[in-house]
Design a binder for this molecule. Structure first.
Ligand SMILES: Nc1ncnc2c1ncn2[C@@H]1O[C@H](COP(=O)(O)OP(=O)(O)OP(=O)(O)O)[C@@H](O)[C@H]1O
Length: 743
């Protein structure tokens, strides 16, 4: 113990020194103030890199080193949350990053396959103080004993599983199990599906896999960023501290509803509307809605031009439309072609009228006359309003809002009734994949993009010019008595000539120091380096289309549990989802041990699913507590009071309690539970949290009280029953659902 403490003290001396040097480097760089452009760029890069290192050092402070392996050949390695090297010429490793290959036996070695290890040591710390050691002897021929032997080898794991919950998920880097480690370190390319029942560590594994990939493919993933998709904001808040605690910040956490920049989905759909919006048929329906906006005159459009009237009939427009469509461009991108065809058609009409020789019918106009006619037509606002009616430039928001306001043209009457809504209503998460689909169908009119880029550039140039003028002005007073042509005066000007305004503007573009994750969040067409999807069973086919667009290389990790599918539009089977994108080229792997729910609670939850599916096999719980969950029936007028009493009974002295109840009861229950947190995004760090079963997805608590289980569907109930790490109580007024009643 003393020697480990000395080692750890030494580590912190190094870390503190490193931190001090890094802080000084950042301060020095920032103190450079307004330096020449190149130096400023370098300064900003230094600041960004060093700040990242500083954040990582601060994040791991207090839990830097957690393990040690001793090999049969006599070497030893300490394992930690990040790697540290000595200052010597060889840069000797002092602490090995848990993700490095050298650290792997720490997670995989067994007495059966010791992987060259003699001993594995878990080091428990409280801040910088070593509090406990747990040794596993892996080489049975080794007779040396330390007095810290852990005969079963699972004391550290069990203590982690039994510890009080905080409302925030913590990392499992000290106790990653062998089957989890294999998934975490699986190759980055391709689609990996990780399936497993409640509490099998799917979320934990997914997050550690992201950290591993960022370590292993740092260069690629720092540039392209990693996206982690979760089912709702509360869940993202729950898992949000795991990666920073592992020193990784270059990750974007988002729900699908947050993946259309500029749109906030604040409304909610009913289950039926969400299911219809999530169905693949929506892609075709939206494509038809776009085609419908490429209109034909009914029967003619009149355009007043040059004291004449031009008639655009449906035959002429149909030809222009077919030719435009033949280019197979998205709607807005194709508009330029359509404009060209219409202008040509109108030019021909005018030319024929004014240029035809009345005697022999030949056209007397030369090409320059035709150009002039075309230019005059292009100056006529009536021509443009006709084009706008026939091929309007559309935004995704406009298209989807119009579509949902009158869906009957493209959906069955039943589906249309389910999704119809006023144009002005706020967006829902299920609308976001529709907006994304619409953006793909519409594309962008390149000219608009080019013009916008040009405008931005012009603005930057004029800003830069302004800056230069100001700095010039601020200097000229020293030289104001200099004559033009004076050598000193030209020296001043030459200083400004080094960078002209345009180059200054370019520098500013390069100067975009947002992290890749920040830039990705603002860019709908960003291609992520890797995408991790948690609760992947919940995503609709339309949501998959959106995500696949963000992952052209198909480097993805999908974790989920079909038995916990709540959304009507959710997954049927993994192959159904993946087949259109990767055929059968995807890997499937399972996690079968439940680390969260004790056996007593799991037995009860499994009985609920078995009542529907007798062949159902739940994951095996790694521990049992000896405490059976309880079920109590109360009279309906006494439910709130009974909940109050049960909360008092179940609230842990340390840790968290969730009351999971149907939404309709929340108001009355919240009134009876002082200090409870509830609502759309409840603060999970509160001691008592009131949730509906959908909100409970993916979360965990020391104790859970399930209210009115008969009101939930099977999968929602299964989720609710499997959230507790220690104790479960159930209160009901009516009949119990099948499965619960028989236990
Ligand atoms: N190797 C491990 N060491 C310590 N704790 C672990 C380990 N694996 C999983 N856990 C813990 O088990 C609990 C359940 O893990 P997690 O939430 O990742 O499971 P899940 O499979 O995503 O569950 P669900 O499907 O119910 O959301 C968490 O508290 C997690 O920290």
């Amino acid at each position: 113990m003393r020697r480990e403490q000395e080692f750890i003290d030494d580590l912190y001396v190094r870390v503190d020194r490193l931190r001090g040097a890094t802080e000084t480097a950042v301060e020095d760089a920032l103190a450079q103030g307004s330096t020449p452009m190149q130096a400023r760029l370098e300064r900003d890069i230094t600041v960004a890199e060093r700040s990242g290192l500083l954040a990582a050092l601060n994040a791991v402070d207090g839990s830097l080193c957690f393990g040690r392996i001793d090999t049969s050949s006599g070497t030893a390695h300490h394992i930690g949350r990040l790697g540290l090297r000595a200052d010597d010429a060889e840069r000797t490793p002092v602490l090995v990053d848990w993700r490095a290959p050298v650290a792997r036996p720490f997670y995989l070695a067994t007495g059966h396959t010791p992987m060259g290890l003699r001993r594995r040591r878990h080091i428990g710390t409280d801040g910088r103080r070593v509090t406990e050691l747990h040794d596993e002897i892996l080489d049975l021929a080794d007779t040396e004993r330390t007095g810290h032997e852990d005969p079963t080898g699972d004391a550290v794991l069990l203590s982690a599983l039994n510890s009080a919950r905080t409302g925030r998920m913590s990392d499992i880097v000290q106790t990653i199990q062998a089957d989890q480690d294999r998934i975490i370190r699986a190759p980055h390319r391709g689609v990996l599906v990780v399936e497993g029942g409640p509490g099998t560590g799917k979320t934990a594994v997914a997050l550690h896999r992201a950290a591993y990939l960022l370590y292993e493919h740092r260069e690629l993933l720092a540039r392209r960023a990693v996206l982690i998709v979760g089912p709702n904001p509360a869940f993202l808040g729950y898992i949000g501290e795991v990666l920073p605690a592992l020193g990784e910040t270059g990750v974007l956490l988002a729900t699908v509803g947050e993946l259309f920049p500029g749109v906030r989905a604040t409304a909610v759909d009913g289950p039926r509307a969400a299911a219809v919006k999530g169905g693949l048929a929506m892609a075709e329906a939206l494509a038809r809605a776009v085609a419908d906006r490429q209109a034909l005159p009914d029967p003619v459009l009149t355009i007043a031009h040059d004291r004449e009237v031009l008639l655009l009939d449906d035959g002429l427009v149909r030809v222009a439309r077919e030719r435009t469509r033949a280019a197979k461009l998205p709607h807005n991108a194709a508009r330029e072609h359509f404009e060209g065809y219409i202008l040509n058609t109108l030019t021909d009409m005018v030319a024929e009228r004014i240029g035809t020789d009345p005697f022999d019918g030949t056209n007397l106009l030369d090409p320059s006359d035709l150009t002039q006619i075309r230019d005059e037509l292009a100056d006529n606002p009536e021509v443009w309003s006709a084009i706008d009616r026939l091929w309007p430039v559309l935004t995704p928001q406009r298209l989807v809002a119009d579509f949902l306001a009158a869906p009957e043209d493209h959906l069955s009457a039943e589906d249309a009734d389910a999704v119809r809504r006023p144009v002005t209503r706020a967006w829902t998460p299920a609308d976001v994949p529709l907006l994304d689909e619409a953006a793909e169908l519409l594309g962008e009119d390149d000219r608009v993009v080019r013009a916008r880029a040009e405008r931005e550039r012009a603005a930057q140039v004029s800003y830069a010019q302004g800056v230069l003028d100001m700095s010039y002005a601020s200097r000229t007073y020293e030289f104001e008595d200099k004559e033009e042509g004076d050598p000193e005066s030209s020296e001043v000007l030459s200083a400004h000539d080094i960078i002209d305004a345009e180059r200054f503007a370019e520098r500013q573009e390069e100067d975009d120091h947002r992290s890749a994750a920040e830039r990705a969040a603002a860019d709908r067409t960003w291609a992520f380096g890797h995408i991790v999807v948690d609760e992947a069973q919940e995503l609709s086919p339309m949501a998959w289309r959106l995500l696949m667009r963000r992952s052209p290389t198909r480097a993805m990790t999908l974790v989920g549990d079909p038995a916990q599918t709540a959304e009507e539009g959710g997954v049927g089977s993994w192959s159904d989802i993946l087949e259109p994108y990767v055929g059968d080229r995807w890997e499937h792997t399972r996690l079968g041990v439940n680390y969260r729910t004790p056996a007593e609670i799991m037995d009860l939850a499994a009985a609920v699913v078995r009542a529907q599916d007798p062949a159902f096999e739940p994951p095996e719980s790694v521990r049992s507590t000896g405490e059976r969950p309880w079920i109590r029936r109360v009279a309906s007028g006494e439910l709130s009071g009974a909940v109050g009493k049960a909360v008092a009974e179940l609230t842990p002295s340390e840790g968290r309690l969730a009351v999971i109840a149907p939404r309709g009861l929340h108001r009355s229950l919240a009134a009876r539970l002082p200090g409870v947190t509830a609502g759309a995004e409840p603060d999970l760090t509160h001691t008592v949290v009131l949730l509906d079963p959908r909100q409970a997805k993916g979360l965990e608590f020391d104790a859970v009280l399930v209210v009115e289980p008969g009101h939930y569907g099977t999968s929602d109930l299964y989720v609710a029953l499997t959230r507790a790490t220690q104790r479960l109580g159930i209160l009901h007024t009516g009949d119990l659902p099948a499965g619960l009643s028989t236990t």
